[in-house]
Design a protein around this ligand. Structure first.
Ligand code: NAD
Length: 497
Protein backbone atom coordinates (compact mmCIF):
# COMPACT_ATOMS: atom_id res chain seq x y z
CA UNK A 1 0.00 0.00 0.00
CA UNK A 2 2.77 2.46 0.95
CA UNK A 3 4.54 2.11 -2.40
CA UNK A 4 1.51 3.39 -4.31
CA UNK A 5 2.06 6.95 -5.54
CA UNK A 6 -0.56 9.54 -6.49
CA UNK A 7 0.32 9.08 -10.18
CA UNK A 8 -0.77 5.44 -9.90
CA UNK A 9 -4.32 6.69 -9.19
CA UNK A 10 -5.42 8.74 -12.19
CA UNK A 11 -9.20 8.73 -11.72
CA UNK A 12 -11.43 10.13 -9.01
CA UNK A 13 -12.86 6.73 -8.17
CA UNK A 14 -9.41 5.10 -7.92
CA UNK A 15 -8.06 7.94 -5.78
CA UNK A 16 -11.01 8.00 -3.37
CA UNK A 17 -11.07 4.19 -3.06
CA UNK A 18 -7.39 4.30 -2.15
CA UNK A 19 -7.86 7.09 0.40
CA UNK A 20 -10.77 5.24 2.01
CA UNK A 21 -8.98 1.90 2.20
CA UNK A 22 -8.54 0.83 5.85
CA UNK A 23 -4.80 0.30 5.41
CA UNK A 24 -4.22 3.65 3.67
CA UNK A 25 -0.96 5.34 4.64
CA UNK A 26 -0.44 9.02 3.74
CA UNK A 27 1.88 9.68 0.81
CA UNK A 28 5.34 10.94 1.72
CA UNK A 29 6.46 13.72 -0.60
CA UNK A 30 10.13 14.33 -1.29
CA UNK A 31 11.93 17.43 -2.50
CA UNK A 32 13.13 17.51 -6.08
CA UNK A 33 16.75 18.64 -6.03
CA UNK A 34 19.11 18.39 -8.99
CA UNK A 35 16.68 16.15 -10.86
CA UNK A 36 16.40 13.62 -8.02
CA UNK A 37 13.68 13.08 -5.46
CA UNK A 38 15.58 13.63 -2.24
CA UNK A 39 14.56 12.29 1.17
CA UNK A 40 14.42 15.01 3.78
CA UNK A 41 15.77 14.62 7.31
CA UNK A 42 13.44 17.39 8.55
CA UNK A 43 10.16 16.82 10.40
CA UNK A 44 7.14 16.62 8.15
CA UNK A 45 3.93 18.65 7.89
CA UNK A 46 0.50 17.11 7.38
CA UNK A 47 -1.43 17.78 4.21
CA UNK A 48 -5.19 17.55 4.65
CA UNK A 49 -8.04 16.89 2.26
CA UNK A 50 -10.38 19.84 2.97
CA UNK A 51 -13.41 17.90 1.72
CA UNK A 52 -13.02 15.23 4.41
CA UNK A 53 -10.49 16.48 6.96
CA UNK A 54 -8.32 13.39 6.29
CA UNK A 55 -4.51 13.64 6.45
CA UNK A 56 -3.48 12.22 3.09
CA UNK A 57 0.15 13.28 2.71
CA UNK A 58 3.22 14.22 4.70
CA UNK A 59 5.45 16.86 3.23
CA UNK A 60 8.96 17.86 4.28
CA UNK A 61 9.27 21.10 6.20
CA UNK A 62 12.53 21.84 4.43
CA UNK A 63 15.34 23.51 6.32
CA UNK A 64 17.61 26.34 5.23
CA UNK A 65 20.26 23.74 4.44
CA UNK A 66 17.98 21.84 2.08
CA UNK A 67 16.97 25.11 0.44
CA UNK A 68 20.64 25.90 -0.03
CA UNK A 69 21.23 22.53 -1.71
CA UNK A 70 18.43 23.33 -4.16
CA UNK A 71 19.85 26.80 -4.84
CA UNK A 72 23.30 25.29 -5.51
CA UNK A 73 21.79 22.77 -7.93
CA UNK A 74 19.91 25.56 -9.70
CA UNK A 75 22.99 27.74 -9.88
CA UNK A 76 25.02 24.93 -11.45
CA UNK A 77 22.28 24.14 -13.96
CA UNK A 78 21.86 27.82 -14.82
CA UNK A 79 25.30 27.91 -16.46
CA UNK A 80 24.29 25.70 -19.35
CA UNK A 81 20.53 26.32 -19.29
CA UNK A 82 21.00 30.07 -19.76
CA UNK A 83 22.97 29.45 -22.97
CA UNK A 84 20.73 26.66 -24.27
CA UNK A 85 19.13 27.95 -27.51
CA UNK A 86 15.57 29.21 -27.10
CA UNK A 87 14.37 26.61 -29.61
CA UNK A 88 15.57 23.84 -27.30
CA UNK A 89 14.23 25.42 -24.15
CA UNK A 90 10.95 25.76 -25.99
CA UNK A 91 10.92 22.02 -26.75
CA UNK A 92 11.43 21.13 -23.09
CA UNK A 93 8.52 23.36 -22.10
CA UNK A 94 6.32 21.83 -24.77
CA UNK A 95 7.23 18.35 -23.50
CA UNK A 96 6.20 19.38 -19.99
CA UNK A 97 2.93 20.75 -21.37
CA UNK A 98 2.40 17.47 -23.27
CA UNK A 99 3.09 15.53 -20.08
CA UNK A 100 0.49 17.46 -18.08
CA UNK A 101 -2.00 17.25 -20.93
CA UNK A 102 -1.59 13.48 -21.14
CA UNK A 103 -2.30 13.29 -17.38
CA UNK A 104 -4.92 16.05 -17.23
CA UNK A 105 -7.42 14.03 -15.23
CA UNK A 106 -4.77 12.81 -12.77
CA UNK A 107 -3.74 16.39 -12.06
CA UNK A 108 -7.37 17.55 -11.75
CA UNK A 109 -8.30 14.74 -9.36
CA UNK A 110 -5.40 15.42 -6.99
CA UNK A 111 -5.74 19.19 -7.23
CA UNK A 112 -9.36 18.82 -6.17
CA UNK A 113 -8.50 16.50 -3.28
CA UNK A 114 -5.63 18.71 -2.15
CA UNK A 115 -7.34 22.11 -2.38
CA UNK A 116 -11.01 21.31 -1.80
CA UNK A 117 -12.09 22.71 -5.16
CA UNK A 118 -14.59 20.90 -7.36
CA UNK A 119 -13.26 18.57 -10.02
CA UNK A 120 -14.81 20.73 -12.76
CA UNK A 121 -12.98 23.81 -11.45
CA UNK A 122 -9.72 21.83 -11.15
CA UNK A 123 -9.94 20.74 -14.79
CA UNK A 124 -10.21 24.38 -15.91
CA UNK A 125 -7.11 25.29 -13.93
CA UNK A 126 -5.06 22.34 -15.22
CA UNK A 127 -5.89 23.43 -18.77
CA UNK A 128 -4.70 26.92 -17.89
CA UNK A 129 -1.46 25.53 -16.49
CA UNK A 130 -0.88 23.71 -19.80
CA UNK A 131 -1.52 27.02 -21.61
CA UNK A 132 1.06 28.75 -19.42
CA UNK A 133 3.76 26.33 -20.59
CA UNK A 134 2.69 26.47 -24.24
CA UNK A 135 2.42 30.27 -24.23
CA UNK A 136 5.96 30.89 -22.96
CA UNK A 137 7.36 28.01 -25.05
CA UNK A 138 6.26 29.88 -28.17
CA UNK A 139 6.78 33.42 -26.88
CA UNK A 140 10.55 32.95 -26.76
CA UNK A 141 10.64 31.90 -30.41
CA UNK A 142 9.51 35.32 -31.54
CA UNK A 143 11.41 37.76 -29.39
CA UNK A 144 12.30 41.18 -30.70
CA UNK A 145 14.65 43.81 -29.43
CA UNK A 146 14.90 47.56 -29.93
CA UNK A 147 17.79 49.12 -31.85
CA UNK A 148 18.51 52.79 -32.60
CA UNK A 149 21.27 54.86 -34.19
CA UNK A 150 22.73 57.99 -32.69
CA UNK A 151 23.27 61.08 -34.82
CA UNK A 152 26.89 59.98 -35.15
CA UNK A 153 25.91 56.56 -36.51
CA UNK A 154 26.52 54.58 -33.38
CA UNK A 155 24.31 51.52 -33.24
CA UNK A 156 22.64 51.12 -29.85
CA UNK A 157 20.63 48.04 -29.07
CA UNK A 158 18.99 46.37 -26.09
CA UNK A 159 20.46 43.04 -25.12
CA UNK A 160 18.86 40.81 -22.51
CA UNK A 161 20.22 37.92 -20.52
CA UNK A 162 18.64 35.68 -17.89
CA UNK A 163 19.21 36.83 -14.32
CA UNK A 164 19.99 33.53 -12.58
CA UNK A 165 18.27 31.49 -9.88
CA UNK A 166 14.73 32.51 -8.96
CA UNK A 167 12.62 31.71 -5.92
CA UNK A 168 9.10 30.93 -7.10
CA UNK A 169 6.59 30.89 -4.25
CA UNK A 170 2.90 30.25 -4.66
CA UNK A 171 -0.26 30.15 -2.52
CA UNK A 172 -2.83 27.40 -2.04
CA UNK A 173 -5.83 28.67 -3.97
CA UNK A 174 -4.85 27.86 -7.58
CA UNK A 175 -1.87 25.58 -6.91
CA UNK A 176 -0.64 24.36 -10.29
CA UNK A 177 -1.98 27.26 -12.29
CA UNK A 178 -0.10 29.87 -10.26
CA UNK A 179 3.08 27.83 -9.92
CA UNK A 180 3.19 27.18 -13.66
CA UNK A 181 2.60 30.91 -14.29
CA UNK A 182 6.01 31.37 -12.64
CA UNK A 183 7.90 28.22 -13.66
CA UNK A 184 7.07 28.48 -17.37
CA UNK A 185 8.46 32.01 -17.95
CA UNK A 186 11.36 31.43 -15.54
CA UNK A 187 12.58 28.43 -17.53
CA UNK A 188 11.61 29.87 -20.90
CA UNK A 189 13.74 32.99 -20.40
CA UNK A 190 16.74 30.90 -19.33
CA UNK A 191 16.62 31.16 -15.54
CA UNK A 192 16.75 28.21 -13.14
CA UNK A 193 14.07 27.73 -10.50
CA UNK A 194 13.67 26.75 -6.90
CA UNK A 195 9.91 26.50 -6.54
CA UNK A 196 8.05 26.30 -3.25
CA UNK A 197 4.33 25.57 -3.39
CA UNK A 198 2.09 26.33 -0.43
CA UNK A 199 2.52 23.83 2.39
CA UNK A 200 -1.27 23.35 2.21
CA UNK A 201 -1.27 22.25 -1.44
CA UNK A 202 1.93 20.55 -2.50
CA UNK A 203 0.60 17.67 -4.51
CA UNK A 204 0.36 19.09 -8.02
CA UNK A 205 3.93 20.44 -7.69
CA UNK A 206 4.96 16.90 -6.77
CA UNK A 207 3.24 15.55 -9.90
CA UNK A 208 4.82 18.31 -11.97
CA UNK A 209 8.28 17.33 -10.70
CA UNK A 210 7.66 13.83 -12.03
CA UNK A 211 6.58 15.24 -15.41
CA UNK A 212 9.74 17.37 -15.56
CA UNK A 213 11.88 14.29 -14.85
CA UNK A 214 10.00 12.30 -17.52
CA UNK A 215 10.57 15.19 -19.97
CA UNK A 216 14.34 14.85 -19.30
CA UNK A 217 14.60 18.44 -18.19
CA UNK A 218 18.30 18.90 -17.33
CA UNK A 219 18.89 18.29 -13.61
CA UNK A 220 18.76 21.39 -11.43
CA UNK A 221 16.84 23.57 -13.88
CA UNK A 222 13.68 23.04 -11.83
CA UNK A 223 13.98 22.21 -8.13
CA UNK A 224 10.99 21.91 -5.83
CA UNK A 225 11.28 22.29 -2.07
CA UNK A 226 8.31 21.80 0.23
CA UNK A 227 7.61 23.41 3.54
CA UNK A 228 6.09 26.26 5.49
CA UNK A 229 6.74 29.98 5.03
CA UNK A 230 9.11 29.66 7.92
CA UNK A 231 11.64 28.01 7.65
CA UNK A 232 11.45 27.09 3.94
CA UNK A 233 10.04 30.15 2.14
CA UNK A 234 11.92 32.58 4.31
CA UNK A 235 15.27 30.82 3.77
CA UNK A 236 14.62 30.76 0.05
CA UNK A 237 13.85 34.45 -0.45
CA UNK A 238 16.74 35.51 1.79
CA UNK A 239 19.26 33.22 0.14
CA UNK A 240 22.13 35.42 -1.13
CA UNK A 241 22.52 33.48 -4.39
CA UNK A 242 18.84 33.82 -5.30
CA UNK A 243 18.68 36.66 -7.82
CA UNK A 244 14.97 37.23 -7.81
CA UNK A 245 11.69 36.34 -6.15
CA UNK A 246 8.38 35.86 -7.87
CA UNK A 247 5.84 35.58 -5.09
CA UNK A 248 2.07 35.21 -5.02
CA UNK A 249 0.30 35.23 -1.68
CA UNK A 250 -1.03 37.46 1.06
CA UNK A 251 -0.12 41.11 1.57
CA UNK A 252 1.21 40.45 5.08
CA UNK A 253 3.69 37.92 3.68
CA UNK A 254 4.54 40.28 0.82
CA UNK A 255 5.51 42.96 3.33
CA UNK A 256 7.66 40.44 5.23
CA UNK A 257 9.45 39.38 2.05
CA UNK A 258 10.10 43.00 1.20
CA UNK A 259 11.66 43.53 4.63
CA UNK A 260 13.68 40.31 4.37
CA UNK A 261 15.18 41.27 1.02
CA UNK A 262 15.53 45.03 1.53
CA UNK A 263 19.30 44.81 2.00
CA UNK A 264 19.83 43.11 -1.36
CA UNK A 265 19.13 45.93 -3.80
CA UNK A 266 19.82 43.80 -6.88
CA UNK A 267 17.32 41.07 -5.97
CA UNK A 268 14.28 41.37 -8.19
CA UNK A 269 10.95 41.34 -6.35
CA UNK A 270 7.68 40.58 -8.04
CA UNK A 271 4.79 40.49 -5.55
CA UNK A 272 1.23 39.47 -6.46
CA UNK A 273 -0.79 40.00 -3.29
CA UNK A 274 -4.30 40.13 -1.87
CA UNK A 275 -7.41 41.96 -3.01
CA UNK A 276 -10.84 43.18 -1.96
CA UNK A 277 -12.31 43.68 -5.36
CA UNK A 278 -15.46 45.63 -6.19
CA UNK A 279 -18.15 44.53 -8.63
CA UNK A 280 -20.14 47.56 -9.84
CA UNK A 281 -23.58 47.01 -11.35
CA UNK A 282 -25.21 49.95 -13.16
CA UNK A 283 -28.94 50.09 -13.82
CA UNK A 284 -28.57 49.77 -17.61
CA UNK A 285 -27.34 46.15 -17.53
CA UNK A 286 -28.91 43.05 -18.98
CA UNK A 287 -29.95 41.70 -15.56
CA UNK A 288 -29.55 37.99 -16.36
CA UNK A 289 -26.05 38.45 -17.74
CA UNK A 290 -25.02 40.78 -14.90
CA UNK A 291 -26.32 38.36 -12.27
CA UNK A 292 -24.37 35.48 -13.82
CA UNK A 293 -21.12 37.48 -14.04
CA UNK A 294 -21.40 38.91 -10.52
CA UNK A 295 -22.21 35.46 -9.10
CA UNK A 296 -19.29 33.76 -10.85
CA UNK A 297 -16.95 36.53 -9.69
CA UNK A 298 -18.22 36.04 -6.14
CA UNK A 299 -18.41 32.27 -5.76
CA UNK A 300 -16.13 30.49 -8.23
CA UNK A 301 -13.66 28.30 -6.33
CA UNK A 302 -15.79 29.12 -3.21
CA UNK A 303 -14.56 32.73 -3.37
CA UNK A 304 -10.95 31.62 -2.98
CA UNK A 305 -9.60 33.48 -6.00
CA UNK A 306 -7.67 36.69 -5.41
CA UNK A 307 -9.63 38.24 -8.29
CA UNK A 308 -13.08 37.49 -6.87
CA UNK A 309 -15.48 40.43 -6.61
CA UNK A 310 -16.52 40.35 -2.96
CA UNK A 311 -17.98 43.87 -2.62
CA UNK A 312 -20.96 44.17 -4.95
CA UNK A 313 -22.26 47.72 -5.50
CA UNK A 314 -25.69 47.90 -7.16
CA UNK A 315 -27.26 51.11 -8.46
CA UNK A 316 -30.25 51.91 -6.27
CA UNK A 317 -32.64 52.11 -9.23
CA UNK A 318 -31.83 48.45 -10.03
CA UNK A 319 -31.70 47.14 -6.44
CA UNK A 320 -35.28 45.76 -6.26
CA UNK A 321 -34.87 43.90 -9.52
CA UNK A 322 -31.27 42.72 -9.16
CA UNK A 323 -31.03 41.52 -5.56
CA UNK A 324 -33.82 38.86 -5.54
CA UNK A 325 -32.65 37.56 -8.91
CA UNK A 326 -29.04 37.39 -7.70
CA UNK A 327 -30.01 35.47 -4.56
CA UNK A 328 -32.19 33.03 -6.51
CA UNK A 329 -29.44 32.46 -9.08
CA UNK A 330 -26.82 31.76 -6.42
CA UNK A 331 -29.18 29.35 -4.62
CA UNK A 332 -29.86 27.53 -7.85
CA UNK A 333 -26.37 27.48 -9.30
CA UNK A 334 -23.87 27.43 -6.40
CA UNK A 335 -24.51 24.24 -4.48
CA UNK A 336 -22.23 23.02 -1.75
CA UNK A 337 -20.42 19.86 -2.78
CA UNK A 338 -21.47 20.21 -6.43
CA UNK A 339 -20.38 23.60 -7.72
CA UNK A 340 -18.91 24.94 -4.48
CA UNK A 341 -16.01 23.10 -2.87
CA UNK A 342 -14.69 23.02 0.68
CA UNK A 343 -12.53 25.87 2.00
CA UNK A 344 -8.86 25.10 2.32
CA UNK A 345 -8.29 24.41 6.02
CA UNK A 346 -9.70 24.48 9.53
CA UNK A 347 -7.95 27.79 10.39
CA UNK A 348 -9.33 29.33 7.21
CA UNK A 349 -12.81 27.95 7.98
CA UNK A 350 -12.56 29.60 11.41
CA UNK A 351 -11.38 32.88 9.89
CA UNK A 352 -14.31 33.02 7.45
CA UNK A 353 -16.73 31.98 10.19
CA UNK A 354 -15.44 34.73 12.48
CA UNK A 355 -16.32 37.38 9.87
CA UNK A 356 -19.83 35.98 9.35
CA UNK A 357 -20.31 35.73 13.08
CA UNK A 358 -19.13 39.33 13.57
CA UNK A 359 -21.64 40.49 10.98
CA UNK A 360 -24.40 38.51 12.73
CA UNK A 361 -23.74 40.42 15.95
CA UNK A 362 -24.35 43.78 14.25
CA UNK A 363 -28.06 44.76 14.11
CA UNK A 364 -27.33 46.70 10.89
CA UNK A 365 -26.55 43.43 9.03
CA UNK A 366 -29.03 41.81 6.65
CA UNK A 367 -28.52 38.11 5.82
CA UNK A 368 -29.83 37.64 2.26
CA UNK A 369 -28.45 34.10 2.10
CA UNK A 370 -26.52 31.85 4.46
CA UNK A 371 -26.01 31.86 8.21
CA UNK A 372 -23.20 31.52 10.72
CA UNK A 373 -21.50 28.15 10.05
CA UNK A 374 -21.15 25.60 12.86
CA UNK A 375 -18.32 26.32 15.23
CA UNK A 376 -16.83 22.86 14.72
CA UNK A 377 -17.16 21.60 11.16
CA UNK A 378 -18.09 17.98 10.50
CA UNK A 379 -16.52 15.96 7.67
CA UNK A 380 -14.56 18.67 5.94
CA UNK A 381 -14.57 22.45 5.84
CA UNK A 382 -17.79 23.44 4.10
CA UNK A 383 -19.20 26.96 4.07
CA UNK A 384 -22.31 27.70 2.01
CA UNK A 385 -22.49 30.85 -0.16
CA UNK A 386 -23.30 33.76 2.10
CA UNK A 387 -24.75 37.08 0.91
CA UNK A 388 -24.92 40.00 3.33
CA UNK A 389 -25.57 43.70 3.52
CA UNK A 390 -23.38 45.21 6.23
CA UNK A 391 -22.64 48.68 7.54
CA UNK A 392 -20.39 50.67 5.20
CA UNK A 393 -17.69 50.93 7.87
CA UNK A 394 -17.79 47.21 8.71
CA UNK A 395 -14.50 45.29 8.54
CA UNK A 396 -16.29 42.95 6.14
CA UNK A 397 -16.13 45.78 3.60
CA UNK A 398 -12.40 46.24 4.13
CA UNK A 399 -10.72 42.92 4.90
CA UNK A 400 -10.03 40.19 2.38
CA UNK A 401 -12.17 37.29 3.64
CA UNK A 402 -11.19 34.95 0.78
CA UNK A 403 -14.21 32.70 1.03
CA UNK A 404 -17.81 32.37 -0.21
CA UNK A 405 -18.97 35.60 1.42
CA UNK A 406 -20.09 38.72 -0.46
CA UNK A 407 -21.67 42.02 0.51
CA UNK A 408 -24.35 43.88 -1.43
CA UNK A 409 -24.47 47.70 -1.17
CA UNK A 410 -26.62 50.27 -2.98
CA UNK A 411 -25.19 53.38 -4.65
CA UNK A 412 -26.71 56.33 -6.48
CA UNK A 413 -24.16 58.09 -8.70
CA UNK A 414 -21.14 57.23 -10.76
CA UNK A 415 -18.81 59.50 -8.77
CA UNK A 416 -20.01 58.00 -5.53
CA UNK A 417 -19.41 54.41 -6.61
CA UNK A 418 -15.96 55.18 -7.99
CA UNK A 419 -15.01 56.76 -4.66
CA UNK A 420 -16.39 53.83 -2.65
CA UNK A 421 -14.87 51.20 -4.93
CA UNK A 422 -11.46 52.88 -4.60
CA UNK A 423 -11.79 53.24 -0.84
CA UNK A 424 -9.65 50.17 -0.15
CA UNK A 425 -6.04 49.51 0.70
CA UNK A 426 -6.06 46.98 -2.15
CA UNK A 427 -6.12 47.51 -5.90
CA UNK A 428 -6.04 44.15 -7.63
CA UNK A 429 -9.16 43.84 -9.80
CA UNK A 430 -12.52 45.49 -10.47
CA UNK A 431 -15.59 44.28 -12.35
CA UNK A 432 -17.72 46.87 -14.13
CA UNK A 433 -21.16 45.89 -15.40
CA UNK A 434 -22.84 48.40 -17.73
CA UNK A 435 -24.02 48.65 -21.33
CA UNK A 436 -23.05 52.30 -21.64
CA UNK A 437 -19.92 52.44 -23.80
CA UNK A 438 -18.85 55.91 -22.64
CA UNK A 439 -19.19 54.83 -19.02
CA UNK A 440 -17.09 51.73 -19.60
CA UNK A 441 -14.11 53.97 -20.25
CA UNK A 442 -15.07 56.87 -17.97
CA UNK A 443 -15.43 54.63 -14.91
CA UNK A 444 -13.06 51.87 -15.98
CA UNK A 445 -10.14 54.27 -16.33
CA UNK A 446 -10.67 55.73 -12.84
CA UNK A 447 -10.75 52.45 -10.94
CA UNK A 448 -7.64 51.83 -8.89
CA UNK A 449 -7.10 48.25 -9.99
CA UNK A 450 -4.45 46.45 -11.99
CA UNK A 451 -7.19 44.55 -13.86
CA UNK A 452 -10.56 45.99 -14.88
CA UNK A 453 -13.08 43.60 -16.41
CA UNK A 454 -16.04 45.14 -18.23
CA UNK A 455 -19.04 42.78 -18.56
CA UNK A 456 -16.76 39.79 -18.07
CA UNK A 457 -14.51 38.27 -15.44
CA UNK A 458 -11.35 36.19 -15.24
CA UNK A 459 -10.66 36.28 -18.97
CA UNK A 460 -6.93 36.49 -19.60
CA UNK A 461 -4.67 37.02 -22.55
CA UNK A 462 -1.27 35.88 -21.31
CA UNK A 463 0.68 38.76 -22.84
CA UNK A 464 -1.22 41.43 -20.94
CA UNK A 465 0.24 42.83 -17.71
CA UNK A 466 -1.00 41.00 -14.63
CA UNK A 467 -0.62 42.53 -11.19
CA UNK A 468 -2.11 44.88 -8.66
CA UNK A 469 -1.96 48.47 -7.48
CA UNK A 470 -1.56 49.70 -3.90
CA UNK A 471 -1.28 46.87 -1.32
CA UNK A 472 -2.09 44.29 -4.02
CA UNK A 473 1.49 44.10 -5.15
CA UNK A 474 4.44 45.38 -7.06
CA UNK A 475 5.46 44.55 -10.60
CA UNK A 476 3.60 43.01 -13.50
CA UNK A 477 3.91 39.57 -15.09
CA UNK A 478 2.77 38.19 -18.45
CA UNK A 479 4.44 38.00 -21.91
CA UNK A 480 6.88 40.88 -22.28
CA UNK A 481 6.40 41.83 -18.61
CA UNK A 482 7.61 38.39 -17.51
CA UNK A 483 10.61 38.85 -19.76
CA UNK A 484 11.33 41.98 -17.73
CA UNK A 485 11.14 39.94 -14.51
CA UNK A 486 13.46 37.10 -15.50
CA UNK A 487 16.01 38.90 -17.71
CA UNK A 488 18.29 41.86 -17.20
CA UNK A 489 18.72 44.43 -19.96
CA UNK A 490 21.85 46.25 -21.02
CA UNK A 491 22.19 48.80 -23.81
CA UNK A 492 25.13 48.02 -26.10
CA UNK A 493 26.72 50.89 -28.10
CA UNK A 494 28.71 49.93 -31.21
CA UNK A 495 30.26 52.52 -33.53
CA UNK A 496 30.54 51.84 -37.27
CA UNK A 497 33.65 49.78 -38.09
P1 NAD B 1 0.46 33.30 2.22
O1 NAD B 1 1.06 34.64 2.01
O2 NAD B 1 0.16 32.87 3.59
O3 NAD B 1 1.40 32.15 1.60
C1 NAD B 1 1.81 32.19 0.26
C2 NAD B 1 3.11 31.44 0.12
O4 NAD B 1 4.13 32.14 0.81
C3 NAD B 1 3.09 30.04 0.71
O5 NAD B 1 3.83 29.18 -0.12
C4 NAD B 1 3.79 30.23 2.05
O6 NAD B 1 4.40 29.09 2.56
C5 NAD B 1 4.83 31.27 1.67
N1 NAD B 1 5.35 32.09 2.79
C6 NAD B 1 4.74 32.39 3.96
N2 NAD B 1 5.56 33.16 4.70
C7 NAD B 1 6.69 33.36 3.97
C8 NAD B 1 7.89 34.10 4.20
N3 NAD B 1 8.10 34.79 5.31
N4 NAD B 1 8.83 34.09 3.23
C9 NAD B 1 8.62 33.42 2.08
N5 NAD B 1 7.51 32.70 1.82
C10 NAD B 1 6.55 32.68 2.75
O7 NAD B 1 -0.84 33.28 1.31
P2 NAD B 1 -1.91 32.12 1.16
O8 NAD B 1 -2.76 32.09 2.38
O9 NAD B 1 -1.21 30.87 0.72
O10 NAD B 1 -2.75 32.63 -0.10
C11 NAD B 1 -3.83 33.49 -0.02
C12 NAD B 1 -3.43 34.88 -0.41
O11 NAD B 1 -2.85 34.90 -1.70
C13 NAD B 1 -4.63 35.81 -0.50
O12 NAD B 1 -4.32 37.03 0.11
C14 NAD B 1 -4.82 35.99 -1.99
O13 NAD B 1 -5.47 37.19 -2.38
C15 NAD B 1 -3.43 35.95 -2.46
N6 NAD B 1 -3.35 35.66 -3.89
C16 NAD B 1 -2.97 36.66 -4.74
C17 NAD B 1 -2.94 36.43 -6.11
C18 NAD B 1 -2.53 37.51 -7.08
O14 NAD B 1 -2.30 37.18 -8.24
N7 NAD B 1 -2.42 38.76 -6.68
C19 NAD B 1 -3.29 35.16 -6.60
C20 NAD B 1 -3.67 34.18 -5.69
C21 NAD B 1 -3.70 34.43 -4.35
Amino acid sequence: MTSIQPWDLPTHSAATAHLQHPSFQPFRLQNLINGQTTPSPSPTLESINPQTGQVFAHIPNSTAEEVSQAVTAAETAFKSWSTTPATQRSQYLQRIADGIEAQRELFAVWESIDQGKTLARARIEIDRAISNFRYFATFILHEETAARWTETNILTYEHRSPKGVFALISPWNLPLYLLSWKIAPCLAFGCAAVAKPSELTSLSAYLLGKIAQDANLPPGVLNVVYGAGNPTGSALVRHPRVKGVSFTGGTVTGRQIRRDTAGDIGKHLSLELGGKNPTIVFDDVDVEKAVATAAAAAFENQGEICLCGSRIYIQKTLWEKFVPRFIAYVQEKYTLGETVGAVISLPHYRKIRSYISLAAQDPATVFHLGSVPDETPQDGYWIAPTILTVAEDSVLMKDEIFGPVVTLSPFETEDEVVRRANDSEYGLAAILLTRDGARMRRVGEQLQAGLVWVNCWLVRELGTPFGGMKASGIGREGGEYSRGVFTGVRTVHVPAF
